[in-house]
Design a protein around this ligand. Structure first.
Ligand SMILES: NC(=O)c1ccc[n+]([C@@H]2O[C@H](COP(=O)([O-])OP(=O)(O)OC[C@H]3O[C@@H](n4cnc5c(N)ncnc54)[C@H](O)[C@@H]3O)[C@@H](O)[C@H]2O)c1
Length: 245
């Protein structure tokens, strides 16, 4: 069902986003991949291209609204309405309220929440015209609990959970599924390398093990799973919690 369909994945140059891109390439999907690390993104595009995937690498700073609009417009022009958008890019720099500046706060919020809005806004009408689609935002424990020194990342993740609930309700009549996903296991990624404790690093797993949940989410529309937070587990299974009730 996903063969020949297209996906937009942000933060695809490394970590979980790269693992999702590779899993979608294996499904035969055409991929518009966004990341601020254009150098790494070019390597990913070359690697997945060598596996036979049709890949459009889009280097972009997702905290920049105009650049984000240009990138998603380029994806729409190349592939038309995507079957799935996975907004996975994020920045976590732990800083206390005393230390953080407004510019730093805005940067993290804009990558997480502003980009979620802009990407979803751009694909909304094309998805309606195509008869449906699936939108997935990467959330976190920081999407529903507080943590010290997360005064930007944490409200950004809470924000995308709120946007998800509203769009899942609005998307119902247009057959658009909107969900959040979280790693349901500690994952070995550059973000984790900077933020995990030694104990978490002892238990971390390859993010590729979590990708079956994202393949499942790519197939969803409003008749399937929508309005949920999906925790992807390392054994390839997942738990889904309905946030609309
Ligand atoms: N690592 C974890 O344990 C963990 C836990 C909970 C949730 N998450 C979420 O999972 C997602 C993926 O996490 P990860 O561990 O792979 O992170 P990561 O930092 O390893 O990868 C994130 C990617 O986003 C890109 N990115 C950062 N800023 C950007 C910008 N301004 N514009 C475009 N791209 C940008 C980075 O270059 C990187 O390739 C994130 O949304 C994160 O919040 C991760």
């Amino acid at each position: 069902m996903l063969q020949g369909e297209s996906a937009v994945i942000t933060g695809a140059a490394q970590g979980l986003g790269y693992a999702i891109a590779k899993a979608y390439a294996r499904e035969g999907m055409r991929l518009a991949l966004m990341d601020i690390r254009g150098d790494l993104l070019a390597d990913v595009a070359a690697e997945l291209g060598a596996l036979g995937a049709d890949v459009l690498p889009l280097p972009v700073d997702l905290s920049d609204a105009a650049a984000t609009r240009r990138a998603i417009d380029a994806a729409l022009e190349r592939y038309g309405a995507p079957r799935v958008v996975v907004h996975n890019a994020a920045l976590l720099i732990t800083r206390s309220m005393l230390d953080i500046t407004f510019a730093q706060w805005r940067q993290e919020i804009d990558i997480i929440l502003q980009a979620a809005f802009l990407l979803s806004k751009a694909v909304w009408k094309p998805m309606i015209d195509a008869g449906g689609g699936s939108i997935v935002y990467l959330s976190s424990g920081s999407g529903y609990r507080g943590f010290v020194e997360e005064v930007a990342y944490n409200p950004g993740k809470h924000g995308i959970e709120g946007l998800m609930k509203c769009l899942a309700l609005e998307g119902a009549e247009y057959n658009i599924a909107v969900n959040c996903a979280t790693p349901g296991a500690p994952i070995n990624t550059p973000m984790s390398a900077s933020n995990y404790t030694a104990e978490q690093k002892r238990r971390w797993v390859d993010p590729a093990l979590l990708t079956p949940a994202f393949v499942y989410l790519a197939r969803q529309d409003a008749a399937g799973l929508t309005g949920h937070r999906v925790a992807a587990r390392a054994d390839g299974s997942w738990d889904a919690l309905n946030l609309l009730e």
